[in-house]
Design a binder for this molecule. Structure first.
Ligand code: 2AM
Length: 182
C-alpha cells in the first residue's frame, strides 16, 4: 500500500490510530464542552484526538524496520462509524466516546495490525479491542450526559509517535496509509 512518511522513524513509543476528519473533530470538541467542570480533569488537546487501533509500546530501530516491511500488505476500506455514547471507564479513569455498533471493517483492520506486529516480533496487549476515543484523563466520577452521535470518518491509517513534553504527551503522526480500493 502507498504510504507517506513525515519524519524519519527513530526509536520511541508508537501506536497505530485513526484520526478524525475535520467534521468529526468539531463534533467531538462540542461534546467536550459538556464534560464536568473538574479542575483535576486532563482534557485531550484537539491535536491529540484519535482512536487507538493498536498500542505498540517502546520500539527499537530493528522492530520499526521489521514493522515497516510488513505494512505493504495492509488493505482496508474507508472506515465510517458512529460514536454514540459518552462513557466513564473506572479502570483507566477516562471519559471517552464509545460505539454501540462498531464497524466490522474496524476489527478487520485491528486484526491485520495485530498480525503484522507479531510478524515483526512486537509483543502487544492481548486484551480484546474496545474502540473508543479518549476525551479526558484523571476522571473520577461516572456521568450521564446524552450526546448526539459523532460520525467518525477515517480515510487513513496513521502511525503515531508519543513524545513526552512539559505539557504532557504529544502524539505525532509519523506515517500515513490511505484507504485501499480493493
Ligand atoms: P487510549 O487509547 O485509551 O487513549 C498513546 O499512549 C495511546 O495509546 C493513548 O491513546 C492510549 O490510551 C493508548 N494505549 C493503549 N494501551 C496503552 C498502554 N498500555 N500504555 C499507554 N497507552 C496505551
Amino acid at each position: 500500500m502507498n504510504s507517506q512518511q513525515n519524519t524519519p522513524l527513530t526509536p520511541g513509543r508508537y501506536f497505530f490510530a485513526l484520526s478524525p476528519d475535520t467534521s468529526s473533530r468539531m463534533q467531538i470538541q462540542h461534546i467536550m464542552k459538556r464534560l464536568p467542570e473538574d479542575p483535576s480533569l486532563k482534557l485531550q488537546t484537539t491535536a491529540n484526538l484519535h482512536q487507538t487501533l493498536l498500542f505498540l509500546g517502546q520500539l527499537d530501530q530493528q522492530q520499526l524496520n521489521a514493522l515497516l516491511k510488513q505494512t505493504d500488505s495492509i488493505r482496508f476500506p474507508a472506515i465510517d462509524m458512529q460514536f454514540d455514547h459518552l462513557s466513564y471507564w473506572d479502570g483507566p479513569k477516562i471519559f471517552c466516546l464509545t460505539s454501540r455498533a462498531p464497524s466490522s471493517e474496524l476489527y478487520n483492520l485491528v486484526n491485520q495490525l495485530e498480525h503484522i506486529a507479531s510478524q515483526a516480533d512486537i509483543k502487544v496487549d492481548v486484551k480484546p479491542y474496545l474502540p473508543h476515543i479518549t476525551l479526558a484523563r484523571k476522571a473520577s466520577e461516572s456521568l450521564d450526559v446524552p450526546i448526539a452521535p459523532v460520525n467518525f470518518k477515517a480515510e487513513q491509517l496513521v502511525l503515531m509517535k508519543s513524545v513526552s513534553t512539559d505539557h504532557g504527551p504529544q502524539y505525532q503522526p509519523v506515517m500515513h496509509w490511505p484507504v485501499t480500493a480493493d
